[in-house]
Design a protein around this ligand. Structure first.
Ligand SMILES: *Cc1c(COP(=O)(O)O)cnc(C)c1O
Length: 459
């Protein structure tokens, strides 16, 4: 499989090159040149466990890792998950909950980043080079990326996160990691500031090659790829095509669901659930893509206005016409607003539904699920459940809600809904009181570049 950019300026890139490139050098995002079709193999695939399924699907997109080695790396990636089959399921009335938070940092991002970390290790060992990874995080990506690459001699990882705007436990999951290759940078600004600083630094191609910068944000194709497995896994275990409801921030998770459906897996509608940062919900209900100010909510991993993976979906929406896509993105960048106009056919015709959920509804859904089933939701998953309940009658067939984080990562939010419940997890309890390492920097690209030059390895 070769990869090309949504913006039309890069093509013929191998899988490992796409892994190391992150954002395409023309400013676009990398996508496979074609999407493999597995629709003729569904009954075989449905008998596989999670790891076996990953070992069948992921290699379809990889052209430059020897098959046995890739199978081994995939198997190793899921050893540290607490659940017997990597992901768990729960039945909550007429909704199935797909728990993706059994990895080392208790968020769904481990499913991808445990693999991506090992793929980096493999790529760098073969090429005998060193990589400085730069990532922006609203909380969960940072710790999951660190868990994926900590201690690796060929990698330094620099994590930008909004100072005082991630939960205390999320911060501790990053700053208490003692490995020397881990560098935590708290930025005086919002997550969107961190993300746009990161994009700006990656677009400085001289600096990118001087420091051999790599990306683990969901702009990195390999992350999206690794997430396809659980859509396949869940959809092959329901009777009839499944609908998925996905708590959405950067659109990476739900985009993997879109690809799984394009591959011929039995998936019906994809429901995009947002919090008050509802740019995507508004887009899917109107065809207008219009920026608002960021609002800080109980589900910080979704406090995002500009979703970096949305461009991947738009590329398919524009029938792979890079010129039209570029025009749309330029409009959006210049005016904070872009419209599909008469070309918009309505969300349903693209197989999507979308709705926004406010704080009150999020808390109500935590309360209700606890009262009805004795199950404690994290606030991100609660946004998804509230959206699923709103949409339940509009989709036919089973409805799978994605549980993106363990509630113990967000005890303050849970307690707002359930005064008597303090969700805990032993891996978080042990972090309290450990020594921390971080620097606080202004939202300034030059300051960050200087920090990377001083603390990273030069290529
Ligand atoms: C990252 C994250 C999300 C958002 O996922 P995207 O792929 O960015 O849409 C939702 N919930 C949690 C807990 C997360 O960590």
């Amino acid at each position: 499989m070769k990869y090309c950019s949504t913006r039309g300026g890069v093509s013929g890139v191998s899988f490992l090159d796409s892994l190391l490139m992150g954002l395409a050098s023309d400013g676009g995002l990398l996508l496979p040149e074609s999407i493999p079709d597995v629709s003729h193999r569904l009954s075989d695939l449905s008998s596989l466990n999670f790891v076996e399924l990953a070992q069948e699907l992921i290699p379809l997109f990889v052209d430059d890792i020897e098959s046995e080695q890739l199978h081994r790396v995939i198997a190793e990636s899921y050893v540290d998950f607490e659940h017997a089959d990597v992901v768990g399921t729960q039945t909550l009335g007429d909704i199935t909950l797909l728990e993706l938070f059994h990895g080392p940092t208790l968020a769904f991002k481990d499913v991808a980043l445990q693999l991506v970390g090992r793929l980096f290790e493999l790529a760098l060992a073969t090429r005998r080079t060193h990589l400085n990874i730069l990532a922006a995080t609203s909380g969960d990506t940072g710790s999951a990326a660190i868990a994926g690459v900590r201690g690796q001699g060929n990698i330094d990882v620099f994590i930008l996160y909004p100072n005082n705007k991630v939960s205390r436990l999320q911060e501790l999951q990053m700053t208490t990691v003692a490995d020397e290759n881990v560098h935590c940078i708290a930025i005086e600004g919002s997550f969107d500031d961190c993300q746009s600083l990161m994009k700006g630094i990656f677009s400085d191609l001289d600096f990118k090659s001087e420091m051999n910068l790599g990306a683990v944000n969901s702009v990195n194709w390999a992350r999206v790829l690794a997430q396809i497995t659980y859509y396949a896994y869940a959809s092959l275990r329901t009777s009839g095509p499944a609908n998925f409801c996905v708590p959405t921030g950067n659109f990476g998770n739900v985009f993997a669901g879109y690809l799984a459906r394009e591959m011929g897996l039995p998936i019906n509608q994809l429901i995009v659930a947002t919090n008050e940062n509802d740019i995507l919900a508004r887009f899917f209900n109107s065809g207008e893509y219009a920026l608002n100010d960021v609002q800080f909510t109980l589900s910080p991993a979704m406090d995002i206005q500009v979703a970096s993976n949305f461009e991947r979906f738009l590329f398919y929406l524009f029938d792979k016409d890079s010129d039209k896509l570029r025009e749309f993105m330029t409009d959006f960048q210049n005016h904070g607003h872009a419209s599909l106009g008469a070309a918009w056919r309505g969300a349903q015709s693209y197989g999507f539904r979308a709705t926004a959920v406010n704080t009150e509804q999020t808390l109500a859904s935590v309360k209700q699920v606890y009262a009805d089933f004795g199950y404690v939701l994290d606030p991100h998953t609660a946004v998804g459940i509230a959206a699923a309940q709103q949409m339940r009658d509009e989709v036919t067939g089973e409805l799978v809600c994605i549980a993106t984080a363990h509630p113990a990562k967000f005890p303050e939010a849970v307690q707002q809904a359930l005064a008597d419940v303090i969700p805990t997890h032993q891996s978080l309890e042990k972090l309290r009181g450990l020594p921390e390492r971080k620097v606080v920097l202004p939202a300034d690209a030059q300051a960050i570049k200087n920090h990377i030059r001083t603390h990273g390895h030069h290529a």
